[in-house]
Ligand binder design. Structure first.
Ligand SMILES: *Cc1c(COP(=O)(O)O)cnc(C)c1O
Length: 373
């Protein structure tokens, strides 16, 4: 079986370096908020081209605490509308509702699955205060256009970069386009810890300080609590492991892009819609880091079954859109036709930096045979 994602093989590549990092933390005798976290934050801020990186416990907290900080800073208040793509992973929406803000779901662009500037503009009302731009599957949302809209209407922009570490448009990276950006380092993400981890990047000093306090019991100074905060911290062990993984991220992204190009060239069947490669202006691959390689077909379920029978494991991202979830009962009757058809038609092929050329060929051949059989 070609696994969808072989996490063990990914981390085993760096076994010695990871063990060395672990040993360093054990021997330091310091396990929360120490040198490793400080260094990782510096290195990741530099990687994302921002002034600050504030580490937190996971990607959901990164988004939730950023919105919460904007509320503490009185840039947002209860009931404000936040525009968000209807086809995102549910975490993006949870961060909004957790803060008593109102998610305004919009159908995405059909080609890229990301927010479309025209549909986003159409969803703006006098209550709209922010856009949560999700870089779904690893491809940057159209940030130049979205930032222009945000400037025009005075909106905040929060990027959900959980799937897009290192993606860029015109050399400007995910994490530095918006006023802030949430990252996840969940093990299966492109930059994955060996447990839960997340971070916010921003170049706004006040915002960074507020998020830092909120994630640390609302405290800037030990035993002095400014806010009713939470405990959301990255620990030294995960920070040390992430520092190892960050060094290898760009090389891994290159390999993901190679595989994506091979799929795009090799599969090339009219009934299997391939992802749009690269931003239309650049004709390059910089805007996509292929966290997922997602194809679309009306025969999705049959294709998944066929591939499984031919030893290719695939997944669906995602089978049920947020507005159809029981958790969001009050959205169940709303209509997002494009989102619903996307959820019925998408299939994620195996992609990871440890796949061999032979495995890539096997996937391509199986997809082509499916078309003929
Ligand atoms: C993974 C993910 C998150 C949440 O990250 P966790 O670390 O699992 O909390 C948020 N948004 C998107 C788009 C994701 O893929």
């Amino acid at each position: 079986m070609i696994p969808f994602l072989d996490l063990k093989a990914i981390n085993t590549q760096y076994r010695e370096e990871l063990i060395e990092a672990t040993t360093r933390v054990i021997d330091s005798g310091w396990y929360i908020h120490g040198d490793e976290v400080e260094q990782f934050e510096k290195e990741f801020a530099q990687y994302c081209q921002t002034q600050h990186c504030v580490s937190v416990a996971n990607g959901l907290d990164a988004l939730t605490l950023t919105l919460r900080a904007w509320k503490e800073l009185e840039k947002l208040k209860d009931g404000d509308e936040i525009i968000v793509p209807a086809n995102t992973y549910i975490a993006s929406i949870l961060a909004i509702t957790e803060n008593n803000l109102k998610p305004v779901l919009v159908d995405p662009d059909e080609q890229t699955y990301n927010l479309c500037p025209v549909k986003t503009a159409a969803a703006i009302t006098s209550q709209t205060k922010a856009i949560l731009a999700v870089h779904l599957y690893g491809q940057l949302a159209p940030m130049p256009e979205l930032m222009m809209l945000a400037d025009q209407y005075g909106l905040l922009v929060l990027e959900d970069s959980a799937q897009a570490h290192g993606a860029a448009i015109n050399g400007i990276k995910a994490g530095s386009w918006g006023h802030a950006s949430g990252f996840s380092f969940y093990p299966g993400k492109n930059l994955g810890a060996l447990g839960d981890a997340g971070a916010v990047t921003t170049s706004d000093d006040e915002l960074a300080n507020t998020i830092r306090a909120l994630g640390n019991y609302g405290s800037h100074k030990k035993y002095e609590n400014l806010y009713q905060g939470v405990n959301s911290r990255l620990d030294e062990m995960q920070a040390a492991l992430l520092r190892v993984k960050l060094k290898h991220l760009d090389r891994e992204t290159d390999r993901r892009r190679e595989i994506a190009l091979a799929y795009a060239k090799g599969i090339n069947q009219p009934s299997l819609t391939q992802p749009i490669l690269g931003s239309s202006t650049m004709g390059s691959l910089e805007n996509h880091v292929f966290h997922l390689y997602v194809i679309r077909t009306r025969k999705r379920n049959a294709l998944q079954k066929y591939l499984n029978e031919h030893n290719v494991q695939t997944l669906i991202h995602y089978p049920i859109p947020p507005h159809k979830q029981q958790a969001y009962g009050h959205f169940n009757e709303q209509d997002y036709p494009l989102t619903e058809s996307i959820h019925q038609q998408v299939l994620s092929l195996p992609i990871s930096p440890v796949m061999t050329d032979e495995q890539v060929d096997t996937v391509i051949t199986a997809c082509k045979r499916f078309e003929m059989h």
